[in-house]
Design a protein around this ligand. Structure first.
Ligand code: SF4
Length: 325
């Protein structure tokens, strides 16, 4: 049984004729100890999917329209709020893009970690455990740093503090929503290495949400590519990166800078991702797809297993990749 099993999730914002469907039939599984990357441009629905796991979207305006999410075997959709609170932190914890915004500026970071411990593991809510959690995230002189206020720490340090807070409840699944986007490149790599190391040492699962397909290669076991509220391709990382089957995955890969690629221009994806509420008819990628045919405008494609363990939402997929003739 998967630790996280998202089945046909559909989420709308607003109601009545003005309702906008941001996530439309998303299915995704994360096994114990696995890292899965959810990749896509902004507005593709990946963060809405991530926030739905612990029902963190305010409702209204968000409405869970269809589907179910099983987290450690518990169905989340209709779970009473009291039981959800027990799951948040202890089963699933989150880190986000802007750690400074998530921390209280007038509380020392150690006190904020201790508050998390008091909430989830009261017996461990003492200074030694705060220091241990900070050390786990690689913060030097952790006992001293625990007495700092958020403004005294760099962006990379603050993200480590957020990770320490997330780990305080010993979650089984960590949802990391663009955790490195606000950081410079060398710090990004350090945070990703830290997450990889923690996953191995603590046996956690990680759902990494990112717009950057380049992150996937070294970090994740599986990747799901989202476009316009739907998953368009899903599979094991080595297979998807070696031979992307969907034209959008190929375009994202072509946009990733590679070491040693010289001064070649990176390929841009023509056009813009459509916002929720303005998704095109038929295949939602057709206005930007180099392989689009007239039928693509009419028939919405299904996500199908076209090769063992490879799913793609394109009836014109080619076993040799979308660039093959
Ligand atoms: Fe492109 Fe058509 Fe495939 Fe959509 S269905 S990705 S438009 S070839």
């Amino acid at each position: 049984m998967a630790l996280l099993d998202i089945r046909d999730l559909a989420v709308e914002f607003g109601s009545g004729p003005a309702a906008v469907r941001a996530v439309d039939g998303v299915s995704l599984r994360v096994a114990e100890g696995q890292t899965v990357c959810l990749v896509g441009e902004s507005g593709s629905g990946k963060s809405v999917t991530g926030l739905s796991i612990a029902r963190l979207l305010p409702s209204p305006p968000a409405h869970w329209i269809d589907g179910e999410i099983l987290l450690a075997g518990r169905a989340i959709r209709h779970l009473p709020e009291r039981e959800l609170r027990a799951i948040r932190g202890r089963v699933v914890a989150y880190i986000f893009q802007e750690p400074a915004a998530a921390l209280n500026p007038v509380l020392r970071v150690g006190d904020q970690i201790r508050e998390m411990l008091e909430l989830h593991r009261p017996a461990a809510a003492h200074r030694d455990e705060v220091t241990r959690l900070l050390e786990l995230t690689g913060i030097p002189a952790a006992a001293r740093r625990a007495r700092d206020y958020p403004h005294q720490l760099s962006g990379g340090m603050l993200q480590r503090v957020m990770i320490a807070m997330a780990l305080a409840a010993q979650p089984r699944l960590l949802v990391a929503d663009e955790p490195t986007t606000a950081l410079d490149v060398t710090i990004q790599a350090q945070i990703l290495e830290l997450l990889t190391d923690l996953r191995r040492r603590l046996g956690m699962s990680i759902l990494l949400i990112t717009h950057h397909l380049g992150i996937v290669a070294e970090f994740a076991d599986r990747v799901a590519v989202m476009y316009a509220g739907q998953i368009v391709e899903e599979g094991p990382v080595p297979a998807v990166l070696a031979n992307p089957l969907h034209p959008y995955t190929r375009a994202l890969l072509n946009a990733v800078p590679r070491l040693g690629a010289g001064a070649e221009r990176l390929a841009n994806i023509p056009g813009q991702a459509p916002p929720a509420g303005a998704f095109p008819s038929g295949c939602r990628f057709h206005p930007r797809c180099p392989r689009a045919e007239p039928e693509c405008r009419r028939s919405p494609p299904c996500l199908l297993e076209v090769l063992p363990d490879r799913h793609v939402r394109c009836p014109l997929w080619n076993p040799l990749g979308p660039d093959a003739g």
